[in-house]
Design a protein around this ligand. Structure first.
Ligand SMILES: [Zn+2]
Length: 391
């Protein structure tokens, strides 16, 4: 099983200068090889492999001698990254790789395991050409180091992400039981609502940060472009952005941890990533980002701990169906927060009812391998074909 451990690092002045040059050279090689590959295909449909492109680094060093100043192992890694983005474009239909920008793109460089080491006894990283770099050892790891990616955040801090092969296999998922399963509805008003009636509200603590950001951005706009004052304000803004991101991240991890601690199996809707991007409301877009991140965290954490994570079709009729008798209430509108089922008279909270349906549909998709569940609702509500979803 592979795990990544991220540490804050404290490079000295000389190391910082070298890292900045390395980030620049990696970006340069990334852009240059992407350009070569693009042009080769456009001119005579030649498809260059990543190995062909790595061979281009040597002539590039002749042409641009400053490429020799940086750790040489980082440059082929930039080509690998470019190739991964390129392959991703064909496999997952994600956008064509873009050229990296000096100001907007993330600053990073990668050291393969042959040219880096983690000295856990002295809290130092050993990186090719950079030497020993101190890091903040907030936790230890055991396993074989695969690579280290050094990055600089927009607030100026440096981090090292160490990918480690732990040697342990991922635990076998536990059998699904109805009693330890929870359905999760991505709520309209709340962040998520669970089938056991819990509502977790949207993260709101960053409202003060947003106000401060708006104020600073106004100040920034009044300063001359390229001036030191403008750069100083920019740094303050970036620090706030990083703080906001970390607060949200912290919240997501807290929610994920709580959900996994209390249930063995989680059922949630499949998210619509494309539709999310199109949503322009700020509060909604933040909620969407949080859902996407929560899903990502739940996916890998459930793998590590042997939990089951089931996704149901996002078009499944979870909201308008009565979780008690199966009545389909087609008159329900977006503004109805609660409703009484005309079929059986049960009073429903809109989101909790949806979460209960999601739980039932998730369990139904796994039949007959579920104990304590026969495909029926609370009062013998039979399972119709429409509510059986494939995962
Ligand atoms: Zn009903």
């Amino acid at each position: 099983m592979k795990k990544a451990f991220k540490y804050r690092i404290y490079p000295n002045k000389a190391q910082q200068a070298l890292l900045q040059v390395t980030f620049g050279c990696c970006r340069f090689v990334y852009n240059k090889t992407l350009d070569i590959r693009k042009k080769a295909y456009e001119t005579d449909k030649t498809k260059l492999s990543k190995f062909d492109l790595i061979k281009k680094i040597t002539p590039l060093k002749e042409e641009f001698p400053w490429l020799r100043d940086v750790p040489h192992v980082c440059l082929p890694q930039a080509v690998y990254n470019m190739d991964a983005a390129y392959q991703n474009f064909f496999k997952s239909g994600k956008g064509y790789p873009k050229f990296k920008s000096k100001h907007r793109s993330r600053k990073s460089c990668k050291f393969p395991s042959s040219h880096c080491a983690v000295l856990q006894d002295t809290s130092h990283l050993k990186l090719s050409k950079l030497g020993l770099v101190k890091y903040k050892k907030d936790r230890e790891f055991a396993g074989v180091l695969r690579h280290i990616v050094v990055t600089q955040e927009s607030d100026g801090r440096y981090y090292a992400s160490c990918l480690v092969e732990t040697g342990a296999d991922a635990p076998e998922p536990q059998p699904v039981e109805a009693s330890t399963t929870v359905g999760i509805d991505l709520g309209l008003k709340d962040f998520i609502v669970t089938s056991d009636g819990r509502k977790i509200s949207n993260p709101r603590f960053y409202a003060t940060i947003d106000r401060r950001l708006a104020c600073l951005q106004k100040h920034e706009a009044k300063k001359t472009k390229g001036s030191k004052r403008r750069a100083r304000i920019r740094l303050k803004i970036n620090k706030l952005y990083v703080k906001k991101r970390n607060l949200i991240k912290n919240y997501i991890y807290y929610v994920a941890k709580t959900l996994l601690r209390e249930s063995q199996t989680l059922v949630m809707e499949d998210l619509n990533i494309v539709g999310m991007v199109k949503n322009h409301s700020l509060a909604k877009s933040i909620q969407n980002i949080c859902w996407g991140e929560l899903r990502r965290v739940l996916e890998y954490k459930s793998q590590w701990s042997g939990h089951n994570l089931i996704f149901i079709d996002r078009w499944a009729p979870s909201t308008k169906t009565c979780s008690h008798c199966g009545f389909h209430n087609s008159t329900l509108t977006l503004s109805d927060r609660s409703w009484v089922c005309p079929g059986c008279g049960t009073h429903h909270d809109r989101d909790i009812n949806a979460a209960l349906n999601i739980k039932r549909m998730g369990l139904a998709s796994l039949l007959p391998a579920v104990s304590g569940f026969d495909g029926r609702g609370e009062v013998g509500y039979g399972l119709d074909e429409a509510s059986i979803c494939t995962v």
